[in-house]
Design a protein around this ligand. Structure first.
Ligand code: PAN
Ligand code: ZN
Length: 199
């Protein structure tokens, strides 16, 4: 018989379903980003303004078993980005630097096709291909944004330290050094310098 001393209170508290991105449990938090929340993020501002501001672009579910900002803990989450475009640009997350640049993160893809955009502080930007099973180690110094380049929702799991924190302001102000566009069925990584005229 197992005594109550050996029962971990977290066990069974949260359950996940890898492929669908389902994550259930009393302590699971949830947020969603609408097109209207992402003003200034997409290149084609006219297309963004004429689309329904209530369109859901992505949903995040996460579990934070320790206090945000506390050292040594880990958070666990899942993001589902809808398939869609604003002009030629694919739906994507806002993107952020971690406030603490020594705090790394893992992403792993469950479903869909996309790109993980990474950028250093000098604005050098590059992309990793996301597809089911791809695993991505994100160095704490790099800003990260995920773009859905496919025709189904892009679902990925993430694990990050409880004291990573978020710097959304830099991305809101300066964006990434490249954008992911889809033209004639082709996914293109376009350096921002080549599209600055339109911005
Ligand atoms: C992820 C992201 C999530 C949503 O959990 O927070 O995918 O992206 P934005 O935060 O950029 O809106 C993560 O990177 N946590 O650190
Ligand atoms: Zn992060």
């Amino acid at each position: 018989m197992i005594s109550s001393m050996h029962v971990n209170p977290f066990q069974q508290a949260i359950s996940v379903h890898w492929q669908t991105g389902a994550m259930e449990g009393r302590e699971v938090k949830e947020s969603r980003k609408l097109l209207g929340d992402l003003k200034g993020i997409f290149l084609d501002e006219a297309a963004c303004a004429s689309a329904d501001a209530n369109t859901v672009v992505y949903r995040v579910k996460w579990w934070q078993p320790s206090e945000p900002g506390s050292e040594g803990g880990l958070f666990w989450g899942v993001t589902a980005i809808e398939s869609g475009k604003v002009g030629d640009e694919c739906f994507m997350t806002h993107g952020h630097f971690h406030a603490n640049s020594t705090r790394a993160e893992y992403y792993t893809t469950a479903q869909g096709e996309g790109r993980l955009l990474l950028m250093d502080r000098e604005r050098k930007t590059w992309a990793e291909v996301m597809s089911p099973g791809s695993l991505h180690y994100i160095d704490g110094r790099y800003a990260h944004r995920v773009v859905n380049a496919g025709s189904v929702p892009l679902i990925f799991w993430a694990c990050w330290p409880s004291d990573a924190g978020y710097d959304y302001g830099t991305i809101a102000k300066e964006g990434f050094g490249a954008r992911i566009l889809e033209q004639n069925g082709e996914v293109l990584v376009i350096p921002q310098t080549e599209i600055s005229i339109k911005n």
